[in-house]
Design a binder for this molecule. Structure first.
Ligand SMILES: C[S@@+](CC[C@H](N)C(=O)[O-])C[C@H]1O[C@@H](n2cnc3c(N)ncnc32)[C@H](O)[C@@H]1O
Length: 242
């Protein structure tokens, strides 16, 4: 495993390296239909576009073809974007919340260009009925911080990734204090509905420090992965299994 020190981390050396703030978990699944609708309606356009674009930066020149597994897919926005970016791909989104899967399936019916190449499976990780097929990529955004036992994400990745599978996980990391979490909410979510501001705050407090993520990856034997802090609140884990 490599720990990459990004330009961002060099310029902001205090971010996320050590925090005195204990992790405060939030409910794993986003099962409340109102919460799911608010989440699906939030403006993630720029953020989710960046996630797809950044995939190209971490895996230069890669044109994904084949199956992409999206763990904790929510209403599927990122999956639809990957399907649009990689027309030879098929996306399988997995989420434990029925409300999220329902929203994903509704959108699938409306997406003329990609709908037939995106499908959803309702299932909680671990234990979800994930097809044991070859995956060109396993992706996940903002699932890790929801998990009470983060090991289940890395164990699932280790189980379903083959030698050539590209692994790309994006998540928040835990800020140094509740005050810093509040500042991040004010800076990045001030225009969002109250329920989303609350969820973002709780998610920051539930997130892991980069060092904790490195330990999780090592425990799962995923030595081919690197961890990189990419902003004042996000980290990326990328690489492959071998
Ligand atoms: C913050 S949302 C992210 C959704 C999507 N990846 C995105 O970026 O828009 C986290 C999702 O993970 C799901 N989730 C949390 N724990 C899970 C688990 N153990 N198994 C499956 N899904 C889970 C939640 O239901 C929720 O839909």
């Amino acid at each position: 495993m490599t720990v990459v020190v990004s330009d961002y981390a060099i310029a902001n050396p205090t971010y996320g390296l050590v925090t005195d703030m204990q992790r405060l978990t939030e409910p794993e699944l986003m099962e409340d239909p109102a919460q799911a609708v608010a989440y699906a309606g939030a403006d993630f356009d720029a953020a989710h576009n960046r996630i797809v674009e950044a995939f190209g930066a971490y895996f230069p020149g890669v044109e994904l073809a084949g199956n992409i597994l999206d763990l904790g897919c929510g209403p599927g926005d990122i999956g639809f974007r990957f399907a649009a970016r990689f027309p030879a791909s098929t996306v399988i989104g997995v989420d434990g919340a029925a409300a999220m899967i329902e929203l994903g399936n509704r959108r699938k019916a409306l997406e003329a260009a990609t709908g037939e190449r995106v499908r959803f499976i309702e299932g909680r990780i671990p234990g979800a009925a994930i097809p044991a097929i070859t995956y060109a990529a396993i992706i996940s955004n903002s699932l890790l911080h929801h998990l009470h036992d983060p090991g289940v994400l890395w164990e699932t990745i280790a189980r379903y990734a083959g030698n050539g599978t590209l692994i790309y996980v994006v998540d928040l990391f835990r800020p140094q204090s509740p005050a810093e979490a509040r500042r991040l909410v004010d800076e990045y979510a001030a225009g969002e509905p109250g329920v989303l501001q609350r969820d973002f705050y709780n998610s920051l407090l539930a997130a892991f420090e980069p060092g904790e993520v490195e330990a999780q990856i090592a425990a799962a034997g995923l030595d081919g992965l690197s961890v990189e802090m990419i902003s004042d609140r996000h980290l990326v884990v990328y690489g492959s299994k071998a």
